[in-house]
Ligand binder design. Structure first.
Ligand code: FE2
Length: 204
């Protein structure tokens, strides 16, 4: 059996209140995230891929046999994307990045405000389910884009350092159809220290 476990939330379920409610965090982490992991494990257990990390599988989907490629892409992607999502949020967070990350954002997008605008537009403009991403590209530059479903930036050779889940399961209980309000409030829980750490690691 592949040894992959669901990472616990790195804070309490109610820690992101009032921006993200406790009930949503329970369902999102304990049910949705768990299901992605369960389905990934079902697909890879007993195959030569059971000890390959999901990140590696997503980074080289072409090597995954066609009969399990869709599950790896969707559920492996769901597992990896959500693991990142919990990490890049936190209580007493928000504000703006500092240091090298702040400089890189200013350099790539003009200013932090322009970056926020571009990222928010990517999140709002994702038709149906998907994510907005801030990624580090192979040449070390930053980029923002959206991807449908649970597609991972890793599958395009990019390293995600910030992701925003805009599947309805991420916000519907509290915000119903008001995705823009969810996106606007979500900036209050972004853990920029963690994003800076991921940026530093990706630049290496
Ligand atoms: Fe989600």
């Amino acid at each position: 059996m592949a040894k992959i476990a669901l990472p616990p939330l790195p804070y309490a379920y109610n820690a992101l209140e009032p921006w993200i409610d406790e009930q949503t965090m329970h369902l999102h982490h304990d049910k949705h995230h768990q299901t992605y992991l369960d389905n990934l494990l079902k697909a890879i257990t007993g195959t030569e891929f059971e000890n390959v990390t999901p990140e590696k599988l997503l980074g080289d989907l072409g090597t995954v046999p066609e009969k399990i490629r869709g599950v790896v892409r969707n559920h492996g992607g769901g597992f990896v994307n959500h693991a990142l999502f919990w990490e890049v949020m936190g209580p007493k967070a928000g504000g703006a990045p500092a240091g090298d990350l702040a400089k890189a954002i200013d350099g790539a997008f003009g200013s932090f405000d322009s970056f926020k605008e571009k990222f928010s537009a990517a999140a709002a403009g994702q038709f149906g389910s998907g994510w907005a991403w801030l990624v580090v590209k192979g040449d070390g530059s930053l980029a923002v884009y959206n991807l449908p479903n649970q597609d991972s930036p890793l599958s395009s050779g990019d390293t995600p350092v910030l992701g925003l889940d805009v599947w309805e399961h991420a916000y519907y209980l509290k915000y119903q159809n008001r995705r823009a309000e969810y996106i606007g409030n979500w900036w209050n829980v972004v853990n920029w220290a963690k994003v800076a750490e991921l940026y530093k690691a990706a630049k290496k």
